[in-house]
Design a protein. Structure first.
Length: 433
């Protein structure tokens, strides 16, 4: 199915779009043509009557607003997929659910407003697991359509992998950006919690939610971040390579043998490329870490859905309904204790990094390649500690299994080190290509 996989590097597109006169209209047409050609097989986008007319009108608006190439903004004419938990003026929000769209209305997401101000063209809403929890949507993996694309940002990852758009927006509460990026063989960046930018989204668990970006290369997501964050300060890529840490122990053993063997080969390749990699015993209390994250996640999910679930509980799919019921059973005292545990855990990770001289952790991005079938989104275990701590992470594509399923390496930096993360991940990306 190689005809379903196509790279559209964002930086290359932006250079062509900002230089060309009618290029933005051609790009919009190319995006719609690609969606028409392959989305019936992939189902990455929420169906939208009149998509081509809307996208063309927006492209014309962008071209008319910025006629001078010197004044064109960073994402001028770039077509973008937006996960269907983010409100976009003029498009309904369903959150992958059967609830009436009138129940889920809200003001436009901050990330969408920033995309539009930067000149982007919204190609459409991308499929999400129901309410970004666990019940998967219809999206298929472009590499092998009978395999899962991951979740909950399944449509965004698949849309980039299939070359429908060069940039897509997802979310991550636990593993919803990193895992689908790994399964679909694209770069996925999940910012630290201090860069969450979740206003205007249907929340999953507000304490843990973040907005993620999908693109073809690490430099692409770094460029997008620079265009969307006012306080983004790119770091010098000519500095020394980071010291990498591998968290050895119970956490790493959660990965399947195929993922561990591949990861071992990638660590060897990184060392051969001249990077320093240190094994550090860490996260042997993984079960406790996961339990504390579960407490925060489920308690907050129940709060978010309290009124909707009372009115429309019968419309929720079983995975989502179960999550709400589990959250309702958690006492406030237990939730508050989990928040305190989370703070102490983050401090512990920061202390270990300082003591061991580790600047960036590397791990498998997922416990294995994409699972067969479309009835599950996969295991988020490899993302659990870092999501609980609020640390920024990025998936770097790292080859394929013997049967052609993508694998990834997850790079994780300390809280507040997003710019460093996306600089440090580039030599990792180069070594693993």
């Amino acid at each position: 199915m190689d005809d379903l996989v196509r790279s559209r590097p964002l930086l290359e597109e932006t250079r062509a779009l900002r230089a060309g006169g009618e290029a933005v209209l051609a790009s919009a047409a190319r995006t719609c043509d690609r969606i028409d050609a392959v989305d019936p097989l992939i189902e990455a986008f929420v169906p939208e009557p009149g998509r081509r007319e809307r996208v063309t009108a927006r492209a014309r608006e962008v071209a008319d607003r910025w006629p001078d190439p010197a004044e064109r903004p960073a994402l001028y004419g770039v077509t973008v997929g937006v996960k269907d938990v983010a409100h976009v003026d003029g498009l309904p929000t369903h959150g992958g659910s059967a609830l009436p769209a009138t129940e889920l209305t809200g003001r436009q997401a901050e990330v969408v407003s920033r995309l539009l101000a930067a000149g982007a063209v919204v190609a459409g809403k991308t499929v999400t697991a129901e309410f970004a929890i666990a019940a998967p949507g219809p999206t298929r993996n472009p590499h092998h359509p009978e395999y899962a694309p991951g979740g909950s940002s399944s449509g965004s990852a698949a849309a980039v992998a299939a070359g429908m758009v060069p940039l897509a927006i997802g979310t991550q509460t636990v593993g919803s950006t990193i895992r689908p990026a790994a399964y679909c063989g694209v770069v996925g960046y999940r910012p630290g919690h201090d860069r969450a930018m979740t206003d205007g989204m249907i929340a999953n668990a507000p304490t843990l939610d973040t907005v993620g970006f999908f693109a073809a290369r690490v430099a692409d997501v770094a460029y997008a971040a620079g265009a969307l964050y006012d306080d983004w300060r790119p770091t010098d890529g000519d500095g020394p390579a980071p010291v990498l840490g591998v968290p050895a122990g119970a956490y790493l053993r959660r990965a399947e043998p195929v993922a561990l063997n591949a990861f071992g080969a990638r660590v060897k390749a990184l060392r051969e490329a001249g990077l320093t990699v240190r094994e550090v015993p860490l996260l042997d209390d993984f079960d406790e870490i996961r339990a504390q994250l579960f407490t925060v996640n489920r308690y907050e999910t129940a709060q978010v859905h309290a009124e909707w679930f009372e009115r429309h509980g019968g419309l929720y799919r079983e995975q989502s309904a179960r999550a709400v019921r589990e959250g309702r059973a958690i006492e406030p005292e237990r939730y508050e204790a989990a928040l305190r545990w989370r703070t102490a855990f983050r401090e512990r990770l920061e202390s270990v990094m300082a003591d061991e001289g580790v600047e960036m952790w590397i791990t498998p991005s997922a416990t294995g390649p994409a699972p067969h079938g479309l009835d599950r989104t996969g295991d988020p275990a490899m993302c659990v500690p870092w999501s609980l701590a609020g640390m920024p992470a990025v998936n770097v594509p790292a080859g394929r299994t013997a049967d052609g399923l993508p694998l990834g390496v997850q790079c994780v930096a300390g809280v507040g080190s997003d710019e460093h993360l996306l600089t440090w991940a580039r030599p990792v990306e180069s070594a693993l290509r």
